[in-house]
Design a protein around this ligand. Structure first.
Ligand SMILES: *[C@@H]1O[C@H](CO)[C@@H](O)[C@H](O)[C@H]1NC(C)=O
Ligand SMILES: *[C@@H]1O[C@H](CO)[C@@H](O)[C@H](O)[C@H]1NC(C)=O
Ligand SMILES: *[C@@H]1O[C@H](CO)[C@@H](O)[C@H](O)[C@H]1NC(C)=O
Ligand SMILES: *[C@@H]1O[C@H](CO)[C@@H](O)[C@H](O)[C@H]1NC(C)=O
Ligand SMILES: *[C@@H]1O[C@H](CO)[C@@H](O)[C@H](O)[C@H]1NC(C)=O
Ligand SMILES: *[C@@H]1O[C@H](CO)[C@@H](O)[C@H](O)[C@H]1NC(C)=O
Ligand SMILES: *[C@@H]1O[C@H](CO)[C@@H](O)[C@H](O)[C@H]1NC(C)=O
Ligand SMILES: *[C@@H]1O[C@H](CO)[C@@H](O)[C@H](O)[C@H]1NC(C)=O
Ligand SMILES: *[C@@H]1O[C@H](CO)[C@@H](O)[C@H](O)[C@H]1NC(C)=O
Ligand SMILES: *[C@@H]1O[C@H](CO)[C@@H](O)[C@H](O)[C@H]1NC(C)=O
Ligand SMILES: *[C@@H]1O[C@H](CO)[C@@H](O)[C@H](O)[C@H]1NC(C)=O
Ligand SMILES: *[C@@H]1O[C@H](CO)[C@@H](O)[C@H](O)[C@H]1NC(C)=O
Length: 634
């Protein structure tokens, strides 16, 4: 009772029905919508709920786009362009902007925080020094793994801003890792683990199978949901439906991305099923599933979308917010695959391997959704998904599509432009090299690709050598060059992590950040998204506007104003490739092989750090696994 009251006060909820009915981590029984309610629908269009939400959001983004064009760009001074005419011509049909944040642990969360703060008009100086107001034009916001920690923290804390998170230090206190939450205070660490363990027992005692991801999600919630009683133990993702800031479409429509693992297999590749969680549904557009399930009723026994065995009650509270954010970042299964790279040997190696092995045999190494919401569903082609009593989901980046593009490139969503922030660790030094772009590009031609067109991109080497990771790059600038694809994809504005004021290539496995490190990462992210506070290009907001309006101009046969042609000259990938190995020194504008860039030894020492962190993380993680495994599952 207490937690419901407190929760509803915090969020100004008009309804509390989307909270776990038990007011705890355990899911519980609620009335079903009706005895013959259909929980699963075929993925032929966006949901009715999303469509009706868009009616409110479209109006807001239309106004905010016009403001962005008018106040943040130089477009009002152009003799060959009229902002008023352009928006009048749109006839109230808005341009759809999507924003995506990649995975990469806390590095991705913090670098992404800096990047999103540069787009957010609520950030002090983002209007003067960055792209302030762009976030307010977004229809969709997509996060994966560390990127979904960022987007999830914002949307589930009443659409708070990074500015507010920095001003109050409760949320995102990263001084101690979640694996050692008490720091030097071992008793506190033990008591935290004990509380987590109790939460998990609650769920298991209520009759649900639990997995490592439950423990992981509860631990993460202690950093993300400090504003809720018991760290959001009863907070669900579908709670958003009842939050004013979502209902009134003041925030973009959020997605968390995950990937499905075929039951009985350890392999995740381009044939794996890409899942999205949104406030209304969980499911996939891929041919293997082609279905969506009403998120609020996860945990309910359904067969082919209908209530099983004339059950009288439905289940709610299974879609715990931390559990879903943990699902998108469930990398445990990677440890067994990467154990060989840790440098561990001998008895320790054997012990760890055997624990990990037994976890993965029991399918406990990734998120278990039991019962399978898509049990006996008939819309998809995958028999193994439909016949399995459980659904197994893992970190969305495991298919190497580390930027959550899939929800944004579905033709049903009609997105015009995607701002993609890549904070992946593709190279040994933990910088991106375009890998996620290449994999999303290639997937469109696979059997799962069905209609998910994505612009042409070059190979990894070219990405770095052509400076496509040192400054923002536009892909798919001209629809006329995209007609061979299944449909015209959105234009993609790709921005990769790089250093300006801070070495932001921290290891994916760095689990704690002190205040200086945290602020250093965020500040650098701001500079990355704003082209070093507009000092490298004072026209950057104008060029961003040019990218936003490109598809609408092409559809309406409008000529590009001269200033936009110059922007495209500067930022569009021109189709060229190279096999010259890139330099390793970042300069302000690119990379160079000679020593006149940033200090090479610093980059090398960052690489050393990676190996060390990687190794110690495995050890720490092992302690965590060991505890959870023997403490909870035996
Ligand atoms: C949520 O945010 C809005 C806008 O900032 C604010 O008006 C409202 O009071 C907040 N609600 C709660 C419960 O804090
Ligand atoms: C079951 O659903 C159908 C529509 O899908 C409706 O016409 C019918 O009245 C419902 N039956 C019951 C018992 O609710
Ligand atoms: C759009 O918003 C304006 C005010 O910003 C309002 O007057 C108008 O009624 C809204 N239109 C719709 C369709 O909601
Ligand atoms: C860029 O702007 C941000 C936000 O105002 C500020 O924190 C940062 O110090 C600025 N960076 C530089 C290099 O001026
Ligand atoms: C952002 O804020 C500034 C100053 O507060 C304001 O002038 C501007 O119109 C806002 N921009 C958008 C796009 O809302
Ligand atoms: C994906 O599936 C197709 C057809 O089912 C198969 O030809 C292809 O080899 C698979 N790809 C991978 C990477 O397994
Ligand atoms: C769902 O069905 C399974 C197998 O039939 C059963 O063991 C389980 O108790 C059911 N769960 C609920 C919540 O009804
Ligand atoms: C690790 O390496 C050993 C020896 O090379 C090999 O036998 C084992 O299968 C490898 N394990 C994994 C998980 O790759
Ligand atoms: C680019 O990233 C991929 C994996 O993400 C990696 O295999 C490849 O070695 C990287 N290339 C370079 C030049 O770092
Ligand atoms: C996607 O798959 C569905 C069902 O198999 C098919 O009807 C549709 O035409 C496909 N769309 C594209 C663009 O290939
Ligand atoms: C234009 O399309 C061709 C294939 O039709 C592709 O190879 C090339 O990379 C594309 N150019 C750009 C700039 O996207
Ligand atoms: C990349 O940037 C460096 C440094 O500004 C520059 O010397 C080089 O010509 C650029 N490479 C390309 C292909 O533009």
């Amino acid at each position: 009772m207490y937690s419901t009251l407190l929760g509803s006060l915090l969020l100004g909820l008009s309804l509390v029905s989307a909270w776990s009915p038990t007011n705890s981590y355990a899911p519980g029984e609620i009335d079903c919508p009706s005895s013959n309610y259909t929980f699963v629908r075929e993925a032929t269009a966006i949901s009715d709920e999303e469509a009706s939400w868009l009616e409110s959001r479209n109006n807001i983004t239309f106004t905010n786009l016009k403001n962005f064009f008018t106040y943040s760009t130089n477009l009002s001074n152009q003799s060959d362009f009229s902002i008023d005419d352009f928006f009048t011509n749109l006839n109230q049909s808005t341009i759809k902007v999507g924003i995506a944040f990649s995975g990469g642990g806390y590095r991705a969360m913090l670098a992404g925080a800096g990047e999103i703060s540069a787009l957010d008009n609520r950030t002090v100086n983002a209007f003067q020094n960055g792209l302030g107001g762009l976030l307010q034009t977004a229809t969709y916001l997509s996060g994966l793994s560390g990127g979904n920690w960022l987007t999830g923290t914002l949307v589930l804390n009443n659409w708070t801003s990074i500015q507010d998170l920095i001003n109050q230090d409760e949320v995102w206190d990263l001084e101690n890792s979640i694996i050692n939450p008490g720091g030097l205070n071992i008793l506190q660490t033990l008591s935290t683990f004990n509380e987590i363990s109790n939460d998990i027992s609650d769920k298991r005692d209520a009759g649900f199978e639990v997995s490592l991801t439950d423990a992981w999600g509860r631990a993460l919630s202690r950093q993300f949901f400090t504003n809720y009683s018991n760290y959001g133990d009863a907070l669900t993702f579908s709670t958003l439906r009842d939050v004013d800031a979502f209902k009134n479409a003041e925030m973009p429509f959020p997605f968390s991305a995950a990937v499905g693992r075929t039951p009985g297999s350890n392999i995740i590749n381009e044939n794996s099923t890409c899942f999205e969680f949104n406030p209304f549904e969980v499911g996939s557009w891929d041919p293997s599933l082609r279905s969506f399930y009403d998120l609020k009723y996860l945990g309910t026994n359904v067969t082919n979308g209908k209530l099983s065995n004339n059950s009288e009650f439905c289940i709610a509270g299974f879609d715990n917010a931390g559990f879903i954010m943990g699902t998108s970042s469930s990398l445990f299964n990677q440890f067994i695959l990467q154990l060989n790279t840790t440098g561990l040997t001998g008895a320790l190696y054997d012990v760890i391997e055997s624990v990990l092995d037994s976890l993965s045999e029991a399918d406990n190494d990734i998120a278990v959704y039991d019962p399978n919401p898509f049990y006996q569903s008939t819309y998809g082609s995958s028999q193994s998904l439909a016949n399995s009593s459980n659904l197994y989901l893992a970190d969305g980046g495991e298919d190497l599509q580390n930027i959550p593009f899939q929800p944004l490139i579905q033709p049903e969503r009609d997105v015009d432009v995607i701002f993609a922030y890549d904070n992946s660790a593709d190279t040994n030094e933990s910088w991106p090299n375009g890998t996620s772009m290449v994999y999303t590009y290639e997937r469109q031609f696979s059997s799962q690709g069905n209609g998910t067109a994505f612009p042409h991109v070059p190979d990894f080497t070219s990405f770095r050598s052509l400076n496509l990771t040192t400054k923002p790059a536009f892909f798919g600038c001209n629809s006329s060059n995209l007609t061979s694809l299944s449909n015209i994809p959105p234009l993609v504005v790709y921005t990769a992590n790089r250093p300006f004021s801070y070495w932001s290539n921290t290891s994916t496995f760095q689990m704690s950040y002190d205040q200086d490190e945290k602020l250093g990462m965020i500040k650098n992210g701001f500079e990355v998204a704003s082209r070093l506070n507009l000092t490298l290009d004072s026209n950057w907001p104008t060029c961003v506007a040019c990218a936003i309006m490109r598809r609408a101009q092409e559809r309406n046969n409008q000529t590009q104003p001269d200033i936009c042609r110059q922007c495209f000259e500067e930022y569009c990938w021109d189709g060229s490739t190279t096999n010259t190995e890139p330099g390793i020194n970042f300069t302000l504008t690119g990379t160079t092989n000679t020593d006149d860039g940033m200090d090479e030894s610093e980059i090398n020492s960052a690489a050393g750090l990676f190996i060390n962190y990687n190794r110690s993380f495995i050890l720490i993680q092992f302690v965590f696994l060991f505890f959870v495994y023997f403490g909870l599952f035996n």
